[in-house]
Write a protein that binds this ligand. Structure first.
Ligand SMILES: C[S@@+](CC[C@H](N)C(=O)[O-])C[C@H]1O[C@@H](n2cnc3c(N)ncnc32)[C@H](O)[C@@H]1O
Length: 423
């Protein structure tokens, strides 16, 4: 099953670290994590327009159009299922923040042309129509677009909302847009790699001075302690109905902690202020910039506790283009937030100015929860003990929607590497 060298009691020494998981799978095996669905019957390349008079042409050549792979097919199939959309829409923090953002920018939206990148059931497109948009292009490559068109029709909005069933990378529209709205965020912000499609839409259609919602996003990480989780999954095997089942420990650790885990933690689990892994300005970010993100961190534990791993979460803000201009120098912003121990304080714009959708442990829970990367064995930390290292998140070469994660961490004289794949 696994060699002792590969498993190495859970810790991969810096020199010898190797990926613990292969990237062979086509499907997305971690069901909780992935918004999955059922089969699709149409090929998304056969773009068509539903309920509108705007022509969508497959003839026009898109030289840089990415290939439509089997992975894309599986991905869009996953969004054909109602359950995924139900979960997202029932996430009131998410959906109500989007609606509030649309209403807050009503002056910008009324009478304007909007594109909803990945419209799903069409809910955000309809919010934009309710805010007075002149026209909304609701684009989705999944079969859910057929449903979106039905929903639009049933709400007598077919004159305003034009559902385009196809990839944003493939569809054609014959005018620029004033506003791009999209709910593109995946677990750990970048999982699913959907932001690239928003960038494509921005570069193809957004008029100068146009609005992007959300306007910017920030991914954070912080060290966590989580005794309950460790006890439930690992210590449990030490005494099972009076039987010593410690022989199960290596397997239990591997099964519980090999892959990133999407779960909810509390503020008390977090040992320090978070570190900003990546700040994204949606007006200027490039596709290349997202292919691999590396950050160096340095944390000083605020308490004495076992360190079980790192948690990742994100927030997004809904600023107009003017405010977002100030976010174009993230390094300057972060320098202001630099704490004495080298970590970065949580960056928050003045709440009177910015509407924030947060997935932080201390904020109301969302369907994104937090993403945990556990070590196989905890490290006992003293108060003020330093943990430092780096984190690299990169798109899998095989399937850009999967994410390779490499964590290097050192404390005292010991250094470790943990590599895993979020699939
Ligand atoms: C997270 S869901 C959001 C759905 C909806 N906007 C909402 O807020 O409920 C993302 C949607 O984007 C679609 N999508 C992702 N990438 C796309 C692309 N490149 N072109 C068209 N649709 C895409 C997916 O099929 C999915 O329905």
């Amino acid at each position: 099953m696994f060699s002792s060298q590969a498993y190495s009691n859970g810790h991969h020494r810096q020199q010898g670290g190797s990926a613990t998981s292969s990237e062979q799978q086509l499907g997305m095996s971690h069901r909780q994590r992935v918004r999955r669905g059922s089969r699709r019957s149409r090929d998304s390349r056969d773009t068509y327009v539903s309920g509108g008079s705007i022509r969508v042409s497959e003839q026009e050549q898109q030289p840089e159009r990415p290939p439509f792979t089997d992975f894309d097919m599986a991905y869009f199939n996953s969004y054909a299922h109602v359950g995924i959309h139900e979960e997202m829409i029932k996430d009131r923090v998410r959906t109500e923040t989007y609606r509030a953002a649309i209403m807050r920018h009503q002056n910008f939206i009324a009478g304007k042309v909007v594109m909803d990148v990945g419209c799903g059931t069409g809910i955000l497109s309809i919010f934009c129509a309710q805010a007075g948009a002149k026209r909304v292009y609701a684009v989705d490559a999944s079969e859910i677009a057929v449903q979106a068109n039905e929903v639009v029709r049933a709400n007598n909005l077919s004159d305003v909302v034009i559902v385009l069933h196809g990839r944003v990378e493939d569809v054609q529209i014959e005018e620029g847009v004033d506003v791009i709205i999209s709910e593109w965020m995946g677990y750990m912000l970048l999982y699913e790699s959907m932001l690239g499609s928003v960038i494509t839409a921005r570069d193809r259609w957004l008029k100068p001075g146009g609005l992007i919602l959300p306007s910017n996003a920030t991914l954070y990480m912080a060290p966590v302690t989580h005794n309950d989780r460790y006890r439930e999954s690992i210590d449990f095997w030490r005494n099972v109905y009076g039987i010593d089942m410690s022989a199960m420990l290596p397997l239990a650790k591997q099964c519980a902690f090999e892959e990133p885990s999407v779960e909810t933690i509390a503020g008390e689990n977090v040992l320090t202020w978070p570190h900003v892994v990546k700040h994204v300005d949606c007006y200027s970010v490039t596709i290349q910039e997202l292919q691999s993100v590396t950050t160096r961190y340095r944390f000083k534990s605020m308490m004495r506790a076992p360190l079980h791993g790192f948690a990742f979460w994100f927030d997004v803000e809904f600023n107009g283009p003017a405010i977002s201009q100030t976010n174009r120098q993230p390094s300057a912003l972060m320098a202001d937030n630099q704490a004495e121990d080298g970590s970065q304080r949580k960056k928050r714009t003045n709440p009177n100015e910015a509407l924030v959708l947060s997935t932080a442990p201390e904020d109301p829970q969302t369907h994104w929860q937090q993403t945990l990367i556990y070590f196989y064995d905890p490290i006992d930390l003293e108060q003020d003990q330093v943990i430092e290292g780096s984190a690299t998140l990169s798109q899998s070469r095989e399937n850009a929607r999967f994410m390779n994660i490499r964590l290097e961490y050192a404390s005292g004289q010991r250094s470790f590497v943990k590599e895993c794949v979020m699939r």
